[in-house]
Design a protein around this ligand. Structure first.
Ligand code: ADP
Ligand code: MG
Length: 395
């Protein structure tokens, strides 16, 4: 994969696909982590005299212009962090975008409007995407792919534009790929993987591939209950994916055959409702009352998980252990975060909510070897799938 060092960018128009998909509340950015992660590549290009045209998506406006998904607040924050004015175009590839690009001096930065305002960005058919990709590519001389959080999407700005312009990977994608190699090809053992969160069926796929790679798989979060149920325990009103029970049973069987250790919680914080002020107690994982739902792993499980991480040399963690947004259910996530730090292993945290949890619970980001900006993208890479955005940069 070529990097930006291989491109001659001085005085040229460089289209940078970044991941600026930040959480917003009432039009304000609540966590600017992804904007910060995008800075080094933009700064490096500016320093070398490029005219930098940044493009990105925000949320899911589904091909329509919806003001609440405007990137304008992101342009303002990007400008603050860069310490320079960022021209915010009012459209993606229209008159405003062209004027913004024409007005760029060497080292200047413009941000196009939300890519997903254009139906062509996410179109399933190659022709629909291609027509939009032509217009986007026409704004620039060179392309830099740096939006790691979107590389698993076959979208115009990720997949089709790099096939139309000389291209390279930005620093963020290069760094993410180097880390992912250490989780797949050059793994130091023991290798432990911790999975949690709420998107159960999304995350089961990765287990399939990890069964051949990881030494230990620790399960927490909402996924736990499908595992406990598969083992024959009742899980009350907890999150459960009935249609995945057979798949999970097969994983447990394969793990036993191949000597991979599955670590499941031994206790659970069970609440009467999905609320911070609901009555809640620690119960054994095999004795969840019928009228309760599990919202966190319990304290014994926290200790068990930390112990199974202590001697690991490599740890990948995706998905909070409980509903960490509510303080009574944050301790499991806290224990696992601390377990990663104390292990001294090569530690990687992936997933938007996991990264937000680490920051929100007051951990120092630098205590982890790497905090990935792309949850879905890292998981698909670990599943062994080909990621369109990486493939396009390699060609
Ligand atoms: P990530 O973004 O890190 O990949 P997910 O999006 O899969 O993680 O899941 C994050 C969400 O999972 C959090 O909002 C958290 O509240 C929720 N969650 C964790 N444990 C449970 C549980 N036991 N029941 C319901 N939701 C849970
Ligand atoms: Mg999430």
């Amino acid at each position: 994969m070529r990097t930006i060092d291989d491109l001659d960018v001085a005085g040229r128009r460089v289209l940078v696909r970044s991941d600026l998909n930040v959480p917003l509340r009432d039009g304000r950015i609540t966590d600017d982590g992804r904007i910060r992660a995008s800075l080094p590549t933009i700064e490096a290009l500016r320093a070398r005299g490029a005219k930098v045209i940044v493009c990105a998506h925000l949320g899911r406006p589904k091909g329509e212009v919806k003001p609440e998904f405007s990137l304008a607040p992101v342009a303002a924050r990007l400008g603050e962090l860069l310490g320079t004015g960022v021209t915010a175009a009012a459209d993606v590839v229209g008159d405003s975008a062209r004027a913004a690009v024409d007005g760029l001096a060497d080292g200047g930065v413009a941000l196009l409007e939300n890519l997903r305002f254009e139906p062509g960005e996410t179109a399933k058919d190659d022709a629909g995407r291609g027509a939009f990709a032509d217009r986007l590519a026409a704004l620039a001389d060179l392309y830099v792919g740096d939006g790691f959080g979107a590389v698993h999407r076959r979208h115009a700005s990720v997949y089709d534009v790099p096939r139309r312009l000389p291209h390279a990977a930005g620093g963020l994608i290069a760094a993410e790929v180097a880390v992912l190699r250490r989780l797949t090809e050059e793994v130091e053992r023991p290798y432990a993987v911790v999975l949690g969160g709420s998107k159960v069926s999304d995350k089961l796929g990765v287990i399939d591939n990890l069964l051949g790679k990881a030494d230990r798989i620790l399960i927490g979060g909402g996924m736990v209950f499908t595992f406990l149920k598969a083992q024959g325990h009742e899980v009350g009103k907890s999150l459960l994916e009935e249609d995945q029970l057979d798949t999970v049973r097969a994983y447990l069987r394969r793990a036993e055959e191949s000597g991979v250790e599955f670590v499941l919680p031994v206790d659970v914080v069970a609440a009467t409702a999905f609320a911070a002020d609901a009555e809640h107690d620690v119960v054994a994982a095999d004795a969840i009352p019928a009228d309760r739902l599990g919202l966190d792993i319990g304290p014994e499980s926290g200790k068990l998980f930390a112990a199974r991480l202590a001697d690991a040399r490599t740890v990948f963690w995706n998905g909070p252990m409980g509903v960490f947004e509510m303080e009574p259910y944050a301790n499991g996530t806290r224990a696992v975060a601390q377990g990663l730090i104390d292990s001294g292993a090569f530690t990687v945290v992936g997933g938007g909510d996991s990264a937000a949890a680490v920051r929100g619970l007051g951990f120092d980001e630098s205590s982890f070897s790497h905090i990935s900006t792309g949850g879905g993208a890292s998981l698909e890479y670990l599943e062994g799938r080909t990621l369109p955005g990486l493939q396009a940069l390699e060609d």
